[in-house]
Write a protein that binds this ligand. Structure first.
Ligand SMILES: Cc1ncc(COP(=O)(O)O)c(C=O)c1O
Length: 350
């Protein structure tokens, strides 16, 4: 019996030919592939512009720099997310302020965000957790207080909120192409998108040492560029993305779970997480059935050692504290077969 993994990266002859062609061209960096990939991705998600880069984490750091966020500034982030959402703020020299998450959908809670806004708050990073977009109320809160909204869309390629795709909802959005994500680039990768014309030029520069067309560094940036071979693979994967997301949605309907979805949002099902009061038992049942499953995320970000000096290290975030350790990710990826879905369902019904 084959083991069912949490993700199966896609690779076919077309990806291979595109990769070989990019390498054979001898143009390994700063060539046409990354440029075209950026244009195609922006058009796919409805953003004004998109710039490929080296990872989702690099995209988040760049987003902070694009908004001139630095020492003395605060950025509100959810307590439950992948740690890079918070550390991108710290790496920019600013302070992440942790907000609790919604009881039903596990995205950042707009009421708690509003309660935590101070005169130092420059932005909110809303994470579309597991592929479900944050609440539309988060957009209203940011508008009301005149602060920027950054989408952490690392898990949400193809998710929509009121018909608008992730990547075109906030001021800036950051995607990851880590191999397990909804699409990938054959290695590490990410992309930054923006809906703001005043940020588009700066966004193109930030991944290239902040240099202008005369190669003068006009602002702080570094080398965050995506290589041509990755971009060439990404362009092929992008052509399949919508079909893969539909398949993820279909799989999520065939799997017997109680996970809630927001009415205004179309979930992209990067992860299917089920809430369990006995997560270790559930994971071991999946393991015995030859199926990978694991807890997402076992520790709220403020409780990580890296934040041992943070003013919220010991603070309670009641919903984060309650669901951390109890959310179990199970396979939902597009290459699941009907038999595999049946195997997953048999464990869920035990
Ligand atoms: C919510 C979230 N933010 C940021 C990242 C960072 O992306 P990367 O691994 O490409 O740096 C990830 C990746 O797992 C993620 O899930």
């Amino acid at each position: 019996m084959n083991r069912i993994p949490l993700a199966r990266p896609f690779w076919d002859d077309e990806c291979e030919s595109a990769a070989v062609a990019a390498l054979s061209s001898g143009r390994w960096v700063k060539g046409p592939q990354a440029k075209e990939f950026g244009k195609e991705f922006a058009s796919w998600c409805g953003a004004l512009s998109a710039i490929p880069c080296q990872s989702g984490s690099a995209a988040l750091w760049a987003a902070m720099r694009l908004l001139d966020i630095g020492p003395g500034d605060e950025v509100i982030v959810p307590g439950m997310t992948f740690i890079a959402t918070a550390t991108s703020v710290s790496l920019a020299g600013a302070t992440p302020v942790f907000a609790d998450i919604e009881e039903d959908y596990w995205c950042i809670c707009p009421d708690d965000v509003e309660a935590k806004i101070t005169e130092k708050t420059k932005a909110v990073i809303g994470v579309h957790i597991f592929g479900q977009t944050f609440s539309p109320r988060l957009i209203d809160v940011c508008k009301k207080h005149g602060i920027a909204l950054v989408e952490d869309a690392a898990q949400a390629h193809g998710a929509t909120l009121n018909g608008i795709k992730a990547g075109a909802i906030g001021d800036i959005a950051c995607f990851s192409f880590f191999p397990s994500k909804n699409m990938a680039v054959g290695g590490e990768g990410g992309i930054i998108t923006t809906t703001r014309s005043d940020l588009a030029g700066k966004m193109a520069r930030i991944v290239d040492h902040g240099r202008n067309e005369n190669l003068e560094s006009v602002e702080l940036g570094t080398n965050l560029r995506m290589s041509e071979v990755s971009a060439a693979i990404g362009r092929i994967q992008l052509k399949h993305l919508q079909e893969w997301i539909e398949k993820r949605r279909k799989n999520s309907q065939s799997i017997n779970h109680q996970t809630k979805t927001r009415a205004e949002s179309e979930h992209a099902w990067h992860q299917l997480c089920v809430l369990s009061d006995k997560p270790d038992e559930l994971i071991s049942k999946f393991n015995q059935a030859g199926i990978d499953a694991r807890v997402h995320y076992p520790l709220p970000c403020n409780k990580h050692q890296v934040y041992s000096d943070h003013f919220q290290h010991e603070s309670e975030l009641p919903v984060c504290d309650k669901v951390a350790k109890n959310l179990v990710a199970i396979p939902v990826h597009p290459s699941l077969t009907e038999d595999e879905i049946e195997r997953i369902n048999s464990v869920l019904s035990l």
